[in-house]
Design a protein around this ligand. Structure first.
Ligand code: KG4
Ligand code: ZN
Length: 336
């Protein structure tokens, strides 16, 4: 079975061909980071325009590198939600037209389900059920992966996502967009105990996250220092921020795993590339004898292979779309 996956929900135009659910035959990613960097964040209209320019070339290259033609495909999978609406619409319209022109099934994929699927590409033995922490620029979720296509959201962020917190704090420290990776790099030579940052309390669901208080406290700390003419050690602040975010994500995920009886825990999403988060969750799982899974680094950020992989499982479960498929900016995983 050969599935083409197309991703365009944010600032990466990506396409990939995956064989038999888990074998990556090609993976092409065209990133727009350099262009959005000038503005300190993703400019939605620019993102849509670049997707429009790049998508055909990216898909063609993915087919060429996999040495397949459209006729060889069993289906065309595309991210239809959630994400920037104009960006999603480019991928959805393109995938629809392609599916129609070659008479292949169109397969809708939820972006977060795609991130979760990166662990199937990394670990051939991994099968549901398990608990997955998905932390990215737009989402922070604790999810019960009940089957390849059924999910239950156990916890979610009430405000900012973990990646957003990394990026906004990084920006305040003067790092370029997207700042998460710069915080990670700076943290390597910093003292993670130098700054005491808050672990925000969340009333109600104990598995929900809140990162806006943490973000505000880092920004205030920097502003106060600036007003007083004091220098803040960015390595120390990065290390302290990274440790705090890692602790928050790890503590809630372990709490949920223990309460719900999961001994298999996975990590996914752009923030899964963070060395502190990887180390903290992996150590906490090891301590408890849980099996722990995290994607290889090159699959952490947005890519087409994760959409092709999840698309393969959707296809096997009979999840396809007709020509009325639309892009949706906000959609819970439980509503798919
Ligand atoms: O999954 P993703 O590529 O896009 C969304 O679906 O949002 O995630 C991007 C996020 C950004 O916030 C980026 O700063 C963050 O992942 N990120 C990191 C690291 N690498 C990427 N955050 C912290 N440390 C990293 N090494
Ligand atoms: Zn993503």
């Amino acid at each position: 079975m050969l599935i083409l996956g197309i991703e365009s929900s944010c600032d990466e135009t990506a396409a990939s061909v995956v064989k038999d659910c888990r074998e990556i035959r090609s993976s092409v990613i065209s990133t727009q980071i350099e262009e959005h960097k000038k503005y300190g964040g993703v400019v939605p209209e620019i993102a849509s325009r670049r997707h429009c320019e790049n998508i055909l070339g990216v898909v063609r290259q993915a087919l060429d590198e996999a040495q397949v033609t459209l006729a060889d495909l069993d289906g065309i999978a595309v991210t239809y939600a959630p994400g920037l609406i104009g960006a999603l619409l480019v991928g959805v319209s393109f995938a629809k037209a392609l599916a129609m022109s070659c008479g292949k099934p169109l397969i809708p994929v939820h972006h977060i389900a795609g991130h979760i699927a990166t662990n199937y590409l990394t670990f051939p033995e991994l099968e549901p059920p398990y608990l997955c922490l998905v932390a990215s620029g737009g989402h922070s979720h604790i999810i019960e992966v009940l089957s390849y296509t059924k999910f239950r959201v156990v916890g979610r962020t009430r405000d900012d996502a973990a990646g957003e917190c990394f990026d906004k704090c990084a920006r305040a420290m003067g790092f370029p967009y997207p700042g998460g990776v710069h915080v990670d790099n700076a943290a390597q030579s910093g003292d993670s105990t130098a700054f005491k940052l808050p672990h925000p309390a969340v009333a109600g669901n104990e598995y929900d996250f809140s990162f806006s208080g943490l973000k505000t406290s880092v920004i205030n700390l920097l502003h106060n220092a600036e007003q007083k003419g004091l220098e803040v050690n960015k390595n120390d602040l990065s290390a302290s921020l990274q440790r705090t975010i890692s602790e928050i994500l790890t503590n809630k995920t372990i709490l949920a795993a223990e309460a719900l009886g999961y001994k298999k825990v996975a990590l996914a999403g752009g923030v899964s590339a963070n060395s502190g988060v990887r180390a903290a969750l992996s150590a906490a799982c090891k301590e408890r004898g849980f099996d722990f899974y995290m994607p290889e680094k090159k699959l952490c950020g947005d890519n087409g292979a994760m959409i092709a992989c999840q698309g393969s499982y959707n296809f096997l479960a009979g999840i396809t779309a007709d020509e009325s498929l639309n892009a949706i900016a906000t959609l819970s995983m439980e509503d798919i």
